[in-house]
Design a binder for this molecule. Structure first.
Ligand SMILES: Cc1ncc(COP(=O)(O)O)c(C=O)c1O
Length: 374
């Protein structure tokens, strides 16, 4: 019998998702800021210890909100890794900023903090560390440099919910952090995100920006007798139907994270002998980082081998993928000048991500058995 292909990612119901979606509809309120949105925000605020969590329609939109909140203007510079998803950069370019691309460390594939100080100029307004694969960037050094030059830090924590650096949750270091609940993430509602705010001075304006530039939130709280246009803004509220789905997943966070830990460790332990014998590097996790178990990657010796592995897995019904195509050398990125990101270029050609989703345990043996036969 022909076996079913193994996708890279698939949705998996973890608990009360369907029941809560029905409840949201029964509540008679399915636009933003309903009961389930409040439940998700309070859970994130309490669990992580952030001053404010605001659910958004995506991590991309949470990044856009942070660029507006920091008053990013044309010619401001933001330091961002080239090895990231395009939204990390586009959110700032949309406001006219110039991205200054920083290379990554060869071990964690995170922003190379040793290059940071050399890239700072009078125009630098923000540093955007991306906790790649949910493994922390070197936050002590990054925060020291940011504080020294009084530059804001926005953590792109799309991968890293519930990961920690030296015991402290990711998302609690920067002025802001942004989360993704896209379907590929550990905890998801299809499309969704959150802006986490650690400096309370920004809360009031954030509530206005996400409400199309109006003070509608104040109006709902009875603080003003009508709401009106007070600032720039857009439509960044998540529907309460999606928040209901998300809340069910957030409730199961311990179960989800421990499942993913098991999957990650099964990959690591089953592949390490094969990897050593074939010069394939497995992920590196510094001992003081509690990772979020978001990605399991393999780093091959060459692009040719990586591509052969990709085609071989595809031929065996297994969807592995690769990312990120470096941003500094992309068509758009090149408009901002020349940047030395040699590690990014090399990693981008050699990396593979193996399938990784919450229900993978039933088929993980097939992925492993095929990998070691390559
Ligand atoms: C590092 C990073 N930042 C931002 C995003 C954008 O997330 P979203 O799809 O929620 O907008 C992604 C998407 O995967 C990502 O990997």
């Amino acid at each position: 019998m022909k076996q079913k292909p193994i996708p890279f990612n698939r949705v998996d119901i973890q608990g009360n998702e369907l029941k809560y979606v029905q409840q949201a509809i029964g509540n008679g309120h399915i636009s933003g800021d309903g009961t389930f949105t409040h439940k998700c925000n309070s859970l994130l605020e309490k669990e992580l210890g952030v001053k404010k969590s605001l659910l958004t329609t995506s991590c991309t939109h949470a990044l856009e909100m942070s660029a507006i909140l920091l008053d990013i203007k044309p010619d401001d510079e933001v330091i961002v890794p080239s090895f990231t998803f395009v939204s990390t950069v586009n959110a700032f370019v949309l406001r006219g900023a110039k991205p200054v691309f920083i290379d990554i460390r060869p071990d964690t594939l995170n922003m190379d903090e040793t290059q940071l100080e050399g890239l700072i100029t009078e125009k630098t307004k923000a540093i955007i560390p991306v906790h790649y694969a949910g493994v922390a960037c070197e936050m002590d050094t990054i925060m020291d440099i940011a504080n020294k030059y009084q530059i804001s830090v926005i953590e792109d924590n799309a991968h890293g919910l519930f990961g920690r650096y030296k015991g402290r949750y990711l998302g609690t270091f920067g002025t802001f952090a942004t989360q993704s609940f896209h379907e590929t993430k550990n905890i998801s509602c299809g499309e969704g995100g959150a802006l986490l705010i650690n400096d309370e001075n920004y809360i009031e304006r954030a509530e206005i920006i996400r409400e199309k530039g109006t003070n509608r939130t104040k109006f709902f709280r009875g603080k003003v007798d009508k709401y009106t246009w007070v600032d720039i803004g857009s439509s960044y509220l998540l529907s309460d139907i999606l928040a209901a789905f998300l809340f069910a997943q957030l409730e199961q966070r311990d179960k989800i994270q421990s499942k993913r830990k098991k999957i990650w460790e099964t990959y690591y332990n089953s592949l390490k002998k094969w990897a050593k014998a074939n010069n394939v590097r497995l992920p590196f996790i510094p001992q003081y980082c509690e990772q979020a178990y978001h990605i399991f990657y393999l780093l091959f010796d060459s692009e040719k081998l990586r591509n052969r592995f990709l085609a071989y897995m595809q031929g065996n019904g297994i969807k592995a993928i690769f990312h990120y195509i470096p941003l500094h050398s992309s068509d758009k990125g090149k408009q901002f000048g020349k940047f030395d990101c040699t590690v990014t270029e090399s990693v981008s050609k050699r990396i593979i991500r193996l399938p990784f989703y919450n229900g993978l345990e039933s088929v993980i043996d097939k992925v492993i058995n095929n990998s070691v036969k390559f």
